[in-house]
Design a protein around this ligand. Structure first.
Ligand code: FES
Length: 107
C-alpha cells in the first residue's frame, strides 16, 4: 500500500481542543481535531446519518455528533455503541503545517 502526504491546513487555523475544523483534501471532507498534543483527521461525516463531525464536540478522544449524540473515536473511527465506523487518516504536523496521509491501492 502506498501513501501520499498532503498538506491540509495550518496548525494556527485549528480551534482549541474540543472543537473541530473542516477541510477538503483529495476530494474528501475531513474534520481535524486537536487532542493529546496531536492533530487527528477523521471523515467529516457521522457514521449514523452523515452530519458533519467537525460540528461536534470532542471530549477525551471522542467526537460527540451534534445531531443525535453518537460518540466516534478519533483513534480508529469506531463508535461507542454501534458497529459503524468513520474513516480516519494518519496526521502529522511540521512547523505550522498539518499533513494527512492518504493511502492508495493495496486492497
Ligand atoms: S447523524 Fe450523527 S448521531 Fe445521528
Amino acid at each position: 500500500m502506498t501513501g501520499k502526504w498532503v498538506r491540509v491546513a495550518n496548525l494556527s487555523e485549528l480551534p482549541a481542543e474540543g472543537l473541530g475544523h473542516s477541510v477538503k483534501a483529495e476530494g474528501l471532507d475531513l474534520a481535524l481535531f486537536r487532542w493529546n498534543d496531536r492533530v487527528w483527521a477523521i471523515e467529516d461525516l457521522c457514521p449514523h446519518l452523515g452530519f458533519p463531525l467537525s460540528e461536534g464536540i470532542m471530549q477525551a478522544g471522542e467526537v460527540i455528533c451534534s445531531w443525535h449524540g453518537w460518540h466516534v473515536r478519533l483513534e480508529d473511527g469506531t463508535c461507542r455503541r454501534e458497529r459503524e465506523r468513520a474513516k480516519v487518516w494518519e496526521c502529522r504536523v511540521q512547523g505550522d503545517e498539518v499533513f494527512v496521509k492518504f493511502e492508495f491501492g493495496g486492497f
